[in-house]
Design a protein around this ligand. Sequence first.
Ligand SMILES: Cc1c2[nH]c(c1CCC(=O)O)Cc1[nH]c(c(CCC(=O)O)c1C)Cc1[nH]c(c(CCC(=O)O)c1C)Cc1[nH]c(c(C)c1CCC(=O)O)C2
Length: 368
Amino acid sequence: MSHMFTGKPFPPMKNDLILRAARGEATDKVPVWVMRQAGRYLQEFQDVRNKHPFFEICRTPELACEVTLQPLRRFNLDAAIIFSDILVVPQALGMNVEMLPGKGPHFTEPLQVPEDLEKLKSDVNVKEELGYVMDAITLTRHKIEGKVPLIGFSGAPWTLMSYMIEGGGSSTLSKAKKWLYVYPDESHRLLQLLTDVIIDYLVAQVQAGAQMLQLFESHAGILGYGLFCKFALPYLRQISEKVKAALTASGLQPVPMTIFAKDAHFAIEELSASNYEVLGIDWTVKPATARRIAGPKVTLQGNLDPCALYASIEDLRKLVKEMIQKFGTQNYIANLGHGIYPDMNPEHLAAFVDAVHQYSEDMNLSTS
Ligand SMILES: Cc1c2[nH]c(c1CCC(=O)O)Cc1[nH]c(c(CCC(=O)O)c1C)Cc1[nH]c(c(CCC(=O)O)c1C)Cc1[nH]c(c(C)c1CCC(=O)O)C2
């Protein structure tokens, strides 16, 4: 499929606002996108989803491309994120994952004891196992016609490890955390295996056309400071450093990288010094505190409470204005503090996006 496009240059960029903000360059308005912007709150996504199982959409570049582009047709977003899931990496390691409608991910054979690590593939060729993601990225880079940059992503090692052990959602993650206390050496072995695959995967995504990368450490908060510093942070640092080095070595310009470690308010300082251009902030953090601890250099992304989209459009606009006043209009990318929920009214997302642009443009004009 990707062979259709081999060697064909991508269309020129028309809007690079998010890349400028990520690199700390001046912007005349704040760029905005939304985590999970392609998804069930859109009828056109539901129409595709009713015809195809979740992972079939991920594995079919034409379908993944279509649902990636859907939100861009409705909203003035400043980025697209490739449609996929963080759990394609455990699949590439040989694990069987299903997406149960209304319930979420389900691993048929989660890891139970360290001996189960032997069942995982040890030298994964990401271009073979996950080539469909790279094909979807290349196709989408062409079809997006330079309208906005395309973000690639991966789950971070600890978050993937916790799914591989829990086998699905969990509020305590006690099975996965038990490994950290009882089998620390084997936990590090698994985290390093995941790290190696994630590095190759992110590099391949940029080679395929991704213009920015986001790492989702969705299960950061439950670790607390001590475990986070031991079992998450060192791998997050390895990933940013090695991805950049590998891109440079392959003759490509490194792209801006975002770390979104949900509920890791305790590690803002450490994360800001981890070689990521952008730090994602969840809605529980006070913007001024995030900026004070992160320092002036890193670009912040976030952090409206996803439930704020339930508010009236009038109230929502006030909340957006306050958020931008607190973060400021520079070194900042507006987003929700986590993914958008499936029962959201798309008109409220439109109001969110437009309010970000309008207020930030006004604020820039009045201070210049
Ligand atoms: C933890 C995590 C997962 N997946 C992801 C994360 C990290 C972000 C976060 O913390 O929310 C990341 C993800 N998942 C999906 C995307 C696509 C791109 C986008 O953001 O629009 C992205 C970036 C599609 C999806 N991933 C999923 C859906 C819905 C599934 C369906 O259509 O049946 C979509 C559109 C399913 C999924 N996938 C996952 C869960 C827990 C679930 C079930 C919960 C839910 O249904 O929202 C794992």
